[in-house]
Design a protein around this ligand. Structure first.
Ligand code: PMP
Length: 328
């Protein structure tokens, strides 16, 4: 109603969506944020026009690198900790198994609530993410990369059982997909209708949180690297970081998935370079894989495609993010 009054005073009549946009602009125009944590969510959506698309298709990238801690998982860290506190389940210490971005998101949230954080990280993952987690106060324990996330999860759970720490448990908790209701709302506010949604699966929380809300109106595409098991392939190592699953996530329901795209490391890393050179976008390899998948699937829809770009290139410099296999 406040917005309607302002609109009337200015001599405009606004539809509901326009009013939403108006309110959104007011938020963007505000002089400052009250605290750094308010910089989680409300990330920019940008149309990409320098890749060839079928007629009638527009492609939009949601740039999750603009969250406070630099990735989509800040939304999860915030929601998991807030939910645990609200339910009275939070202990003085939180423990989690993560490839890194979840650890950063949790570290930010733990800081706000004055909680300690311990993370179990397979040692192969990018040192940048580990340094950032440490800077935010997390205590890191390395696990054997050859034993994958399964081993990191086993150790995190054992630690929680031994010490009474709160196990965030992103791979199993319903708090994970629930973390993305805000992401869904932002996308609907921005686009009105979404004809296809493309998201990579690490825990599959982002995909599930969006797909649950977008079904049945939207074609949903889940993205994994070669070496991930969703399409029935064998489990194996991959360079693409942040996505790929070793066991089918509990909360990932088959009827939420219209297509599974399995992308090779080479395609993903080539796309990281293409996005830099054609669009000036510096994204991580999971964004590269998602973009390849979106282009592969573009022929099946008309209208708006949304691709989630989870993080930025600069936390993978040590991993030679701008080099394909032939260039390493
Ligand atoms: N990309 C990157 C870089 C990530 O860190 C993650 C989270 N591990 C994902 C994609 C996948 O997100 P989700 O766990 O919600 O499937």
């Amino acid at each position: 109603d406040v917005m309607k009054n302002i609109a009337n005073k200015l001599g405009f009549t606004y539809s509901a969506t326009q009013l939403n946009k108006f309110a959104y602009l007011q938020v963007l125009r505000k002089k400052h944020y009250k605290k750094p944590a308010d910089l989680i969510g409300q990330t920019p959506l940008v149309e990409l026009t320098n890749f060839q698309l079928p007629p009638g298709v527009r492609l939009f990238a949601k740039l999750e690198m603009y969250n406070l801690g630099g990735s989509v998982k800040d939304r999860l860290g915030q929601n998991i900790i807030e939910s645990a506190v609200r339910r009275g389940e939070a202990a003085d210490e939180v423990v989690e198994a993560t490839a890194g971005n979840t650890g950063i998101g949790l570290a930010l949230a733990c800081q706000q609530y004055g909680l300690k954080l311990k993370v179990f990280v397979p040692e192969k993952f990018s040192v940048e993410k580990q340094e950032i987690m440490r800077a935010l106060g997390a205590d890191i324990v390395h696990t054997d990369s050859a034993l994958g996330m399964v081993e990191a999860r086993r150790q995190a759970q054992a630690y929680a059982e031994k010490t009474g720490a709160y196990y965030a448990n992103q791979f199993e908790t319903e708090d994970n997909p629930a973390s993305y209701s805000g992401l869904y709302n932002e996308l609907i506010d921005e686009l009105g209708t979404i004809d296809m949604m493309v998201a990579g699966a690490g825990s599959a929380g982002t995909f599930t949180g969006l797909a649950e809300r977008l079904k049945p109106y939207t074609r949903t595409v889940i993205v994994e690297p070669e070496g991930s098991i969703l399409n029935g392939g064998p489990s194996g190592s991959h360079r693409t970081e942040g996505i790929g699953v070793e066991v089918w996530p509990d909360f990932l329901k088959h009827d939420l998935i219209d297509a599974i795209e399995t992308i090779s490391d080479d395609e993903a890393f080539q796309m990281v370079k293409d996005l830099a050179q054609k669009e000036g976008l510096l994204v991580g390899s999971s964004s590269g894989a998602a973009m390849v998948a979106a282009l592969n699937q573009a022929e099946y829809v008309k209208g708006n495609i949304v691709v989630i770009f989870p993080d930025a290139s600069d936390r993978y410099i040590s991993q030679q993010i701008f080099k394909t296999k032939g260039e390493l």
